[in-house]
Design a protein around this ligand. Structure first.
Ligand code: ZN
Length: 185
């Protein structure tokens, strides 16, 4: 029988300092790489979730985006982190750049990106975790059936909001989850 794998989905804004879309301006948030290494060591497939409607509106050129994505992968590779996937929604129905200016099933909060990744990469969403930096990204994980949701809010006190962990950084969230995911609920 095929064994499904557990995944850690991470919104780009949980990992990077700002919406840097050039290869030269990749900057990781403090602790982000350490958190990814911990997740990797605990057997998670690491998956970055990227929303870049700028590709549809023309604010971001696709060659610049792919150069950025390659720089991200290279930096991770250099510290021993393997990304299982970089999921991208480049769409915006109000944009003017084809083929991205469409209504899609992957723009947050729609779950399309995660559902497709689960199918293609044999992931068990019911045993996976999603780190999101905003409410619509969090809703994307919830709609896809990801079992553990984490909302990264800079400056927040760590607490549980129902079954959602709210934490100021990815690293603090991962450290808490390693102590036992749902004990505090
Ligand atoms: Zn999309």
């Amino acid at each position: 029988m095929l064994r499904l794998r557990q995944a850690a989905f991470m919104g780009r804004d949980c990992l990077l300092v700002y919406r840097a879309d050039t290869a030269r301006t990749v900057r990781w948030l403090p602790g982000a790489l350490e958190a990814m290494l911990l997740l990797q060591r605990s057997g998670h497939e690491l998956i970055m979730v990227i929303d870049q409607p700028g590709l549809a509106t023309g604010q971001v050129r696709s060659d610049a985006h792919w150069a950025w994505a390659a720089a991200v992968r290279l930096q991770l590779h250099d510290v021993g982190i393997r990304l299982a996937g970089m999921l991208l929604c480049p769409h915006d129905p109000d944009g003017h750049v084809a083929p991205y200016n469409i209504a899609c099933e992957c723009r947050k909060p729609a779950p399309g990106l995660l559902l497709r990744a689960a199918k293609n990469l044999n992931l068990n969403l019911g045993n996976s975790v999603m780190f999101a930096a905003d409410e619509t990204d969090l809703a994307r994980g919830q709609r896809a059936g990801v079992s553990q949701l984490v909302w990264i809010q800079a400056g927040a006190q760590q607490h549980w909001a129902g079954r959602t962990l709210v934490a100021p950084t990815l690293l603090e969230a991962v450290q808490t989850l390693r102590r036992g995911p749902l004990d505090a609920v």
